[in-house]
Design a protein around this ligand. Structure first.
Ligand code: ADP
Length: 193
């Protein structure tokens, strides 16, 4: 299996790139943010719980997130590989992912980290908020909380996978196609191994 973690701060373009990558490499796209938003719009108990954290720009608790991800994986037992988008966002989530993939006889192939600076991120999120209807994309304080949470809780995940030589950093500013080409180059380098 080809298991990719698409990594980077909120608004770094993970969703846009994931949509292109799943086409090219025939992978299942799992975005925990999208899964939470679907639960919220379906009015489920899980959605209700998640919303209370998302609306503050905080992370949803690990146990809730990991269980949701596991059940999504179980719905697709025969996939060739997965793009994890917005997951793992904490070290315990990374450990849970490693354990889950190990039980399937596979592992994380690569963590691709999109590099985008804070001012660019904020302007992209504000632009997205004008049309996305995402409440967490409109309030500057919530946006700042998400960036702070990313720095304190999520960046250690890239360091964790770099210990296994699996983290690759890719410039996240440029045209969508340029960034896509850079990501593909890193993926293709792993595939020829
Ligand atoms: P973005 O990358 O723009 O922050 P996402 O759709 O990935 O957007 O996430 C939106 C929100 O959903 C996050 O701010 C967080 O509250 C919640 N969330 C998404 N993925 C996770 C995760 N793996 N662990 C905990 N919370 C998450």
């Amino acid at each position: 299996m080809l298991n990719l973690i698409l990594f980077g701060p909120p608004g770094s373009g993970k969703g846009t790139q994931a949509a292109k990558l799943i086409e090219k490499y025939n992978l299942l796209h799992i975005s925990t943010g999208d899964l939470f938003r679907a639960e919220i719009s379906n009015g489920t108990a899980l959605g209700l719980e998640a919303k209370s954290f998302i609306d503050k720009g905080a992370l949803v608790p690990d146990s809730v997130t990991v269980n949701m991800l596991k059940s999504k994986m179980e719905q697709h037992p025969t996939v060739q590989g997965v793009i994890f988008d917005g997951f793992p966002r904490t070290i315990p989530q990374a450990e849970a992912l490693d354990e889950m993939l190990k039980s399937k006889g596979t592992e994380v192939s690569l963590l691709l980290s999109l590099l985008v600076d804070d001012s660019e991120i904020i302007s992209r999120i504000v632009k997205r908020g004008a049309s996305s209807g995402r409440t967490d994309d409109t309030d500057p304080e919530i946006i700042q909380n998400r960036i702070n949470t990313y720095k304190s809780q999520t960046t250690p995940v890239a360091d964790y996978y770099s210990k296994f030589g699996k983290t690759k950093t890719v410039e996240g500013v440029g045209s969508v196609d340029e960034i896509f080409e850079s990501l593909c180059a890193e993926i293709d380098a792993v595939l020829v191994k």
